[in-house]
Design a protein around this ligand. Structure first.
Ligand SMILES: [Fe+2]
Length: 181
């Protein structure tokens, strides 16, 4: 691999490192702030996700270092570089948090899919790592979405790409008699 390709791939990975760092902190925040009838299910579902995503940050950062670039892991740098909003729900019901997390996971997975496309040519080894991470991220995304779906496969937050409206829609969807039958 050329030095130029290595630098380009490392930059793509730094963006993914920022997204994954943000994600594991956000998942812990939800683990601490979830309340209501589904508390224990969601509280306990999230810790294995935190551990898995944290492991992804480690392999991503170490891949950046392997490519000869310094991985940046400080909170200030993550906040300065990110292009998405901070997670905006505090203490809230399980379904509301899951509605917002659906949006969070969609964003991270979309970024990973773009990174998979962008690394195919310069570095298939990095691409392979991102593919494996995406497989796990998409599994966790499904865990979240399964709470928001009707038996017909309809998602209560369909088409919603902002955290607060998605949380609200998820909460309303859970309360509607059509969906609870
Ligand atoms: Fe805990």
């Amino acid at each position: 691999m050329s030095t130029r390709d290595g630098t380009e791939v490392a930059a793509i990975l730094q963006d993914r490192l920022n997204a994954l760092t943000d994600l594991h902190l956000t998942l812990k925040h939800v683990h601490w702030n979830v309340v209501g009838p589904h508390f224990i299910a969601v509280h306990e579902m999230l810790d294995p996700q935190v551990d898995a995503v944290r492991a992804m940050t480690d392999e991503t950062a170490e891949r950046i270092a392997t490519l000869g670039v310094s991985p940046i892991g400080t909170p200030g740098a993550v906040v300065a570089a990110r292009t998405w909003d901070d997670y905006s729900l505090g203490r809230a019901g399980a379904i509301e948090h899951l509605g917002a997390l659906e949006v969070v996971y969609s964003g991270v997975i979309e970024g990973h899919r773009k990174a998979i496309d962008a690394t195919e040519d310069p570095d298939p080894v990095t691409q392979d790592m991102l593919i494996e991470q995406s497989r796990q991220l998409e599994l966790f995304h499904w865990f979240v979405r399964a709470h928001l779906e009707s038996a017909g496969g309809e998602l209560s937050t369909e088409g919603e790409s902002h955290l607060q409206p998605a949380a609200k829609k998820a909460g309303e969807g859970a309360k509607s008699p059509r969906r609870s039958r």
